[in-house]
Design a binder for this molecule. Sequence first.
Ligand SMILES: [Mg+2]
Length: 359
Amino acid sequence: MARITHLAFRRLDIELAEPFGIATGTQLVAENLLVEVGLADGTLGIGEAAPFPAVNHETRADAERALEAARERLLGLEAETWRAASRRATELLGSAPSALCAFETALLDALTRSVGLSLFAFFGGAKAELISDITLTTGSPEQAAQQAARAYQRGFRLLKVKVGGAPLVHDLERLGRAASVAPDAGLVLDANASMRPEEAIRLVRALGALRERVVLFEQPTAAADIAGLRAVRESGIKVAADESARSFADLERIIDEQAADVVNVKIMKSGVVAALDMATGARAAGLELMVGGMVETRLAMTTSACLAGGLGGFSFVDLDTPLFLAHDPFQGGFEDSWPRLRLAHIERGHGVSLASSSA
Ligand SMILES: [Mg+2]
């Protein structure tokens, strides 16, 4: 059996090449954590915690405190019985989901490296290539046009536009400018829970000719406002739940209340194992799947890509944040030729390691 004999973590401060702005706040430096899990057979796995306070109020200090408090009780868990280990880790780290995610990532990385399997194959090996969207952050209409033109030139054909936190006319102008320089690209709107239902419906109705370009409206309303999410959906636009779907229990409520068409599965908000269960549960209930993340390096993003590609059937892939980093301390993992992400070459675990310059 492969028992956990080592657990360590340290800070990763990752500067962004440009600020990552959403309706509820902006990130300039990703204050993340690197978590290491070592097994009795000597295998080492790594995982990333990427708390994003503007999304769920979790800070890096919260993640560090949770890991420190749980460390002794996580040591000794068996990697092979990873669902049982995950259940125990969820009890101990559940209040700091990014810490849970990093621990589970490192655990599954170590286990799959130990048996010589890629994480992509471990999750099912269904689809070895994913095509990501790219985010247009909050900002001026001019910035939206510049970001969209650059993304379009790089080959992106799905633009996820952060909206909300500003007057409706501002967002309409940004959307219009972005759409005009990216002629056949689809648009996803993401309000990050910042709108009242009637505001979101007003935005949809005001889209005019842009309406046919918009393929999805992600999390228009507050996380707890499931009825609001449903109201926006009933106005005739496809709706994705993100902040409203942090756990399997959240997902069950969304399914019961028919509040969304799509669920955005993120390992960073639920942990890896719960994300796996949420994806399976959502699909069984007829919901479409999206995979996304916080502001993450290729370490967490490759883990999410292995999950989504391994399971297959994800309609929306939003794994673009490595493009926002001034430098990525990691190497390996997915092969990116943006917007394409390839996974078939990964041999063991997620295949990510610290870049030699950062070691
Ligand atoms: Mg979102």
